[in-house]
Design a protein around this ligand. Sequence first.
Ligand code: SAH
Length: 247
Amino acid sequence: MFERTRFVLVDTSHPGNVGSAARAMKTMGFSDLVLVNPRDPDAARHEEAIALASGAHDVLASARIAHSLEEALTGCNFSVALSARLREFSPPFFEPRQLSAHLAADASLRAALVFGSERYGLSNEQVGKCSALVSVPANPMYSSLNLAQAVQVIAYECRLAGMGEVRSERAVGFHGERASAEQIEGMFAHLEKALIEIDFLDADNPKKLMPRLRRLFARAELEIEEVNILRGIATQLISKRQRIRKD
Ligand code: SAH
């Protein structure tokens, strides 16, 4: 759990928060930190970040920069959006403790925990790219935690669950290998193209079809084979349609 769980901070504006987040991670036994487009591209080397990281300078120094959320999710097969707000078209919702139990129970999960910016949090589109949505059940009158404190709470829950890693639920019965974030994004792009091709999706007025499909497939926890089947269907739809057009 500790080696296979990544923390991703998106569009962070305060280098101090990056340092505090690194400290929060290290105190709980985590070290994989990725920064997506931090406002200061050198945030991890900023003096405030270094000061607030304290003894976690190694986590800070090894933090990687990504230029998109997709890039930050490379190599992961489960991604979790952390948000104080619930969204209409969101992937399945978990409480922090349910999330940590889920991560601990399945050793095949390579998870990314995705945190939004101090000013805007995560966009609906970014939340829609994740496999799950988690919210810390804070005071409903004021539920927005400081970024690094949100990292601390989630890292602590994961530590508790990770220390008592239980027998994998997924070890029971047959399971294929879980699809990676890149494979799932590739499938959505392909499916979208096919749906436009067969006039089911109007590219000029897409409404909420893709967010709804993302929500549906996020609940399904797709395996590689299943992604390949869906892409096979998309390929057929496109080629049949193009053949009909030619005739
Ligand atoms: N003004 C922003 C708040 C961002 S706080 C907004 O309205 O969304 C920075 C980040 O900390 C959030 O994007 C989220 O990832 C995390 N965070 C803050 N409070 C949280 C909560 N109650 N539950 C889960 N994550 C939270």
